[in-house]
Design a protein around this ligand. Sequence first.
Ligand code: IPE
Ligand code: IPE
Ligand code: MG
Length: 249
Amino acid sequence: MNSERSEVSRFGLDPEKMPRHVAIIMDGNGRWARKKLMNRVKGHERGVQTVRDITRACRQLGIPFLTLYAFSTENWQRPAREVSALMSLLVRFLRSETPELMAKGIRLNAIGQLDRLPDKVRHTLDEAIRQTAQNESLTLTLALSYGGRAELVRMVRLLAAGVSQGRIDPEQIDEAMVAGHLYTAGMPDPDILIRTSGEMRISNFLLWQIAYTELFVTPTLWPDFNQQELISILQDFQTRERRFGKVET
Ligand code: IPE
Ligand code: IPE
Ligand code: MG
């Protein structure tokens, strides 16, 4: 038994029923800070620690893909102070974590309108992605300046350009071709989507990809989310019967 399988069994999980892809809407940093009478930015800072813990946990459990919603296209409309604090935090995170990503064999990836990120963020991000490109234990994807609708618009434009240039026959367009023109091309769809802090909505995350994803909403605020709660979600996931529209076999 390899170490991941024994790790999985240690938590009472079935190694045969582990998800390949976990996606998380990391919400509730602001509320966490407000509850403690602190500035919202403190909540984001504390949220970074949870990112570390959950990334480590997923790698230990042998989950190959973890996708974290870190900043939405709509989040650009937050006060400039908060946006710039988030961008600085991101730069600090990328710089401080790259050595651990290397040590643990974690590949960093990013999806979203990355050209809208400030130059410094963009460069630090590109550098971390480049450095970790050959790593194979876990692909950690940060959704940054990401919007599901914007992703779909981009896909339509790419396909339309292909059609107008005569490279694509409209009759050829199928689900696989659509999926192949999304930011997530080549990644499996999420098996699990977790949203922290209780909101029962998708907030423009991975609209196409979550068609058959199992949803988990927890009232826990993101800075308080931890490995133990992730494990209990995984245990719950393993009891669910995924029918994909078919009848029970
Ligand atoms: C999630 O926490 C982090 C980002 C959206 C960047 P929020 O900042 O949305 O926290 P709440 O929802 O206001 O509590
Ligand atoms: C979703 O959280 C986006 C991220 C977690 C990055 P929001 O806090 O922006 O979503 P709404 O405003 O509650 O829908
Ligand atoms: Mg929020």
